[in-house]
Write a protein that binds this ligand. Structure first.
Ligand code: IPE
Length: 256
């Protein structure tokens, strides 16, 4: 079992509100469908969620009723993206089923408190492909939280007993300094001890790469083989699954 996160910045244009990149999505769906192993998919929000969340403050601090309409907007927008992903996966020959976090998950203080993995597990056992996504979730302490796809990767991996977790990004992996800088070097392996200069990146509601890495380290610590690969070179996903390595960054836990 492989859990794969399609980053929002790969399948959408992050700078233009609610803009899907259909060709990139179709390419990835084709590569995933060609894998010789069961998969479960998590996807991010990209421009279907992040922009409204940032502009309205949803997910940062205790919820106030003035933000209710924005919560509903984000909920609708991420579902719209989810439908695009579901359709692309089905067109590629998979049998996807949507598992919306707002229905199977409750948060506490911004983290997942409960996640019911039973539906995903049963669907998967029946040969279907569970698909979940970064979403707005009811939070017992804050009222509303935004749960990232990165957090949900851990829940899917646990529920489905995954051997491999792949985070599909719009870059080759983690670089020793911002990838746009001259002489930036791709790090083939990153642990919590690795020195990485993230530069002045504009943060989004779920913490950009620095925040995402925290979740990846937790997965590596739980014994799951964890990688970041570039979604614009979909053959790397196939290489990783078949050979156990490819161009990308392997995430390892501390002290390895
Ligand atoms: C964000 O999920 C969820 C919302 C903003 C509702 P992610 O943090 O996993 O999304 P990407 O991959 O960064 O776009």
């Amino acid at each position: 079992m492989i859990v794969i996160k399609l980053g929002g910045s790969v399948i959408t244009d992050k700078d233009v509100e609610k803009t899907l990149l259909p060709d990139v999505l179709a390419g990835l769906a084709g590569s995933i469908a060609a894998l010789d192993e069961p998969v479960a998919i998590v996807h991010g929000a990209g421009s279907f969620g992040h922009k409204v969340a940032k502009a309205t403050g949803v997910g940062s601090g205790p919820h106030v009723p003035e933000r209710d309409a924005a919560v509903a907007r984000i909920s609708a927008d991420v579902r719209e993206l989810n439908l695009h992903v579901i359709n692309a996966l089905a067109d590629a020959g998979l049998k996807p089923v949507s598992i919306p976090p707002s229905s199977v998950c409750v948060a506490s203080d911004g983290g997942i408190k409960t996640f019911s993995g039973e539906a995903a597990e049963r669907w998967s056992r029946q040969g279907m492909t569970p698909v979940t996504f970064g979403d707005v979730v009811a939070d017992e302490a804050m009222g509303v939280s935004i749960i990232s796809g990165d957090q949900l990767m851990m829940e899917f991996a646990r529920s489905l007993d995954a051997r491999l977790a792949v985070f599909v990004a719009d870059v080759d992996g983690v670089f020793d300094r911002p990838p746009a800088e001259e002489d930036a070097i791709l790090l083939t392996e990153v642990s919590p001890e690795t020195a990485v200069s993230f530069g002045e990146v504009e943060s989004d509601v779920t913490g950009a790469l620095r925040g995402k890495l925290e979740w990846m380290f937790r997965m590596a610590e739980a014994g799951i083989e964890t990688w970041i690969v570039n979604g614009h070179a979909p053959e790397r996903l196939a290489d990783l699954v078949a050979d156990g390595s490819t161009v990308g960054t392997r995430i390892v836990s501390g002290g390895q």
